[in-house]
Design a protein around this ligand. Structure first.
Ligand code: NDP
Length: 342
C-alpha cells in the first residue's frame, strides 16, 4: 500500500521562512503561486517578459527574469511545459541552482526518462497535484483540498520528503478533501502517460465514432453531438464517479440506463483492446514513447501538426462547427490553437 498523508497530518510550517521561486506562470504556475502567496509564503515569479509575465504583474507579483528569480531562492518550482524544461534547465537553471536548494517538479517526465539529470547536491522532489491548475486555485478559494502525489529523486539535505509534504500542504493538500500520496518520478510519469495513451483518447475517439454512427443511422448531427458530449453530462458523470465510485455513479441513472450499461459494458473490454494498451504501456515503460516525442519536437512537430489537421478535416467537425456557432461556443477547430492565459 502506498503511504497516504491525510489533510490533517500535513503542515506547511517548514516553508514559513523560505523563499519560493515559481518559474512559469501558466496553468499550474499561476495557481500554485497565488495559493502559496495566500498561505503567507514568500513567492517570486520568474518568467520571460511576455503575456504570462503581464498576467503575473496584474496579479500583483513583481516578475523577474528566470535566473534572477531562482538565484538565492530556497525552492524552485519548475512549472513550464515538460517539453520546454530540459532546455530551460540547461541554459538558465544549472548555473544558478546551488547546493541545498530544492528543485520541484509537478510532473515526473523529464527526470524519469533522463532528460534532466540534476546533481546530487540538490534536493529534487515531485509535488504533482492530481488537479488542473484552475481546480488547484478554485478549490483553495473554496477552502477545499485535492490529492497530490509526492516523490523524492535526490535527498541531499535529508529533508527532501518533508519539504515536498510541506509544499503539498501549502498549495492546498492540507485542506478538507486533500491528501498527499507517496509516489515516485517514474510512477507519476507512467500513470500520467498511460492515461493519456489509453482510456482518455479511447473515450474521445469512441465518442466521435458514436456521433458518426448515429448520423449514419439518420439522427440529426445536432442531436447526436449534444447527446454524446456537448451537453456537459460527461462532466457531471465524472464528478459523480469521484464521489460515488466508478460504477456507483450508475445508480444515478435510470434503471433502463443501468440495465444497458450492465448488458453491454464488459463486451467492449476485448483482448484486442488489452493488446493495444499493453503495447502502449510497454512503449511508455521502456522510454520508446518519450524518445518518439523528443524526435518529433526536434523535427519541428511536422507529424503532430499533420495529425491535427487530418483530424479536424473530418466531416464530423463541420457539424460540430455549425452547431457550436449557433450555441455561441468555440468549436474544436477554433479551440485547437488557443494557448493564452485566461
Ligand atoms: P503551461 O503551458 O501552462 O506553462 C506556461 C508557462 O510556461 C508560461 O508562464 C510560459 O511563459 C512558460 N514558458 C514556456 N516556455 C518558456 C521558456 N522557454 N522559458 C520560460 N518560461 C517558459 O504549463 P502547465 O502549467 O500546464 O505545466 C507546468 C508543469 O505542471 C508541467 O510539468 C506539467 O506536466 C505539470 N502539470 C500540469 C497540470 C495541468 O493542469 N496543466 C497538472 C499537473 C501537473 P512564456 O511562454 O510566456 O514564456
Amino acid at each position: 500500500m502506498a503511504k497516504i498523508w491525510e489533510s490533517t497530518s500535513l503542515h506547511l510550517d517548514l516553508l514559513r521562512s523560505k523563499v519560493v521561486a515559481v518559474v512559469g506562470y501558466g496553468n499550474q504556475g499561476r495557481a500554485q503561486a497565488l495559493n502559496l502567496r495566500d498561505r503567507g509564503i514568500d513567492v517570486r515569479i520568474g518568467n520571460p517578459a511576455d503575456v504570462y509575465a503581464t498576467k503575473a504583474g496584474d496579479d500583483g507579483f513583481v516578475v523577474r527574469g528566470v535566473q534572477d528569480a531562482v538565484d538565492g531562492a530556497d525552492l524552485t518550482l519548475l512549472l513550464v511545459p515538460d517539453e520546454i524544461q530540459p532546455n530551460l534547465y540547461e541554459t538558465q537553471l544549472v548555473s544558478v541552482l546551488s547546493p541545498g536548494q530544492t528543485l520541484v517538479f509537478a510532473s515526473g517526465y523529464n527526470v524519469a526518462f533522463g532528460y534532466i539529470k540534476p546533481p546530487p547536491e540538490l534536493d529534487v522532489v515531485l509535488v504533482a497535484p492530481r488537479m488542473i491548475g484552475k481546480g488547484v486555485r478554485e478549490l483553495l478559494l473554496q477552502g477545499k483540498g485535492f490529492p497530490v502525489l509526492v516523490g523524492v529523486a535526490n535527498n541531499a539535505t535529508g529533508k527532501a520528503l518533508d519539504t515536498a509534504l510541506a509544499l503539498a500542504a501549502a498549495i492546498g493538500a492540507d485542506l478538507p478533501g486533500g491528501c498527499a500520496i507517496e509516489s515516485s518520478f517514474k510512477e507519476e510519469a507512467i500513470i500520467d502517460l498511460f492515461t493519456e495513451h489509453t482510456w482518455a483518447p479511447a473515450t474521445v475517439f469512441l465518442m466521435k465514432m458514436c456521433c458518426e454512427m448515429l448520423i449514419e443511422a439518420g439522427v440529426s448531427p445536432e442531436a447526436a453531438i449534444l447527446e454524446t458530449y456537448a451537453s456537459g453530462e460527461l462532466g457531471e458523470i465524472g464528478r459523480a464517479m469521484a464521489e460515488l465510485g466508478l460504477v456507483g455513479q450508475m445508480r444515478l441513472h435510470s434503471r433502463t440506463s443501468q440495465f444497458g450499461h450492465l448488458l453491454w459494458g464488459s463486451r467492449y473490454v476485448t483482448e484486442s483492446v488489452r493488446v493495444i494498451m499493453r503495447e502502449a504501456l510497454q512503449k511508455i515503460e521502456d522510454g520508446t514513447f518519450a524518445e518518439m516525442w523528443r524526435r518529433e519536437q526536434e523535427q519541428g512537430l511536422a507529424q503532430f501538426e499533420a495529425m491535427w489537421q487530418d483530424l479536424l478535416a473530418e466531416p464530423i467537425f463541420d457539424h460540430e462547427e455549425r452547431l457550436y456557432k449557433r450555441l455561441g461556443r468555440r468549436s474544436s477547430r477554433d479551440s485547437s490553437r488557443v494557448e493564452e492565459p485566461d
